[in-house]
Design a protein around this ligand. Structure first.
Ligand SMILES: *Cc1c(COP(=O)(O)O)cnc(C)c1O
Length: 310
């Protein structure tokens, strides 16, 4: 794990998949535990001083990449992480693996979501996050689920600059960029920076959690200016987030065999499926896919796939 309180840049690699060239932005290599786009979104909290903070509070899924990355962040900052979850499946409790296992190893407290009251507390804390940054002497820092917040902009700006610098260096004038969305935080901020570039970038995404309408709502919470919103590609089939699909596993395995890169099993199979369908009708010369990490989460996904097969 990184010991410095800054995030390095990540490489861009050229791979061939199904006979076509793809550039891959390897944000999965940023750090093993402080992973991928969560590291980008949380880097603001890593790099700024919070002199009064002792405790970090957030919530989400017990298998989420956010949990492990927030635990890594808390460890680096010497904060206690309290992470609220609705449910810990029995099989995971009995055999801790993936993000949950890593986070507890890093000292995170994973706690049950108790009541509606908790919900209310969280939304009110959310409104006060700004005050805390201004140095109000409160020892608790709250980060919304999936770091869907203004502060995430900081790390995504750095990502945008790395991509822009790469294109300048390579003399690339036009580029299609694909990244699958959960909360849409990464794709929205990326597009809002890159649309002002001299290089002609097209940022495309797809909704992996909820439908397109949900994703647009997420975008609108971060920017009321629709010009900042990336283009949402249609998903041909409705997938339930976190559910196992044979076609997802097969695409994931095929990608791994042909590119030698392990992608994530939750978002990337949907992202690649949408991208490949889109490119059939809209071929592009320069295509960059952003690998947003999530490999620790694959441990529990693979355990579930194994269990299903057996
Ligand atoms: C969290 C995550 C996403 C979704 O990121 P958002 O900013 O919430 O859209 C995509 N891919 C991976 C691997 C992730 O961990």
């Amino acid at each position: 794990m990184t010991q410095k309180l800054t995030l390095e840049s990540s490489p861009i690699e050229l791979v061939k998949y199904k006979g076509s060239d793809f550039l891959i932005k390897r944000d999965d290599l940023l750090d093993e535990l402080f992973s991928g786009n969560k590291a980008r979104k949380l880097s603001y909290f890593l790099e700024h001083d919070f002199p009064y903070t002792k405790k970090l509070v957030s919530y989400g899924s017990v298998q989420s990449n956010s949990l492990c990355s927030m635990a890594a962040l808390a460890k680096l900052k010497q904060w206690q992480l309290e992470f609220y979850v609705h449910n810990i499946p029995k099989w995971l409790q009995d055999n801790p693996t993936g993000n949950y296992a890593q986070a507890t190893k890093l000292g995170a407290k994973v706690l049950p979501w108790e009541s509606e009251e908790q919900n209310n507390t969280f939304s009110s804390i959310n409104n006060f996050i700004q005050d805390k940054e201004n140095g109000s002497p409160d020892d608790t820092l709250f980060i919304p689920e999936g770091a869907h917040c203004e502060q995430a902009k900081c790390g995504i700006e750095k990502l945008a600059k790395e991509i822009e610098n790469y294109c300048q260096g390579e003399g690339i004038g036009e580029m299609l960029i694909m990244l699958p969305s959960g909360t849409g935080t990464t794709s929205l901020f990326l597009n809002s920076f890159l649309r002002h570039s001299k290089i002609k970038f097209s940022v495309i995404t797809c909704a992996c959690v909820g439908d397109d309408e949900y994703l647009e709502k997420q975008f609108s919470e971060l920017s009321s200016e629709p010009k900042n919103w990336p283009t949402i590609l249609p998903t041909k089939k409705k997938y339930h987030f976190g559910k196992l699909y044979r076609e997802h596993y097969e695409l994931w395995l095929n990608l791994k065999q042909q590119t030698n890169i392990e992608f994530d099993l939750l978002y990337d199979p949907i992202g690649w499926r949408c991208l490949l369908d889109y490119l059939q009708k809209n071929p592009h010369k320069n295509v960059l896919y952003i690998h947003q990490g999530g490999l620790i989460g694959n441990q529990s996904m693979l355990a579930r796939y194994e269990h299903k097969k057996g």
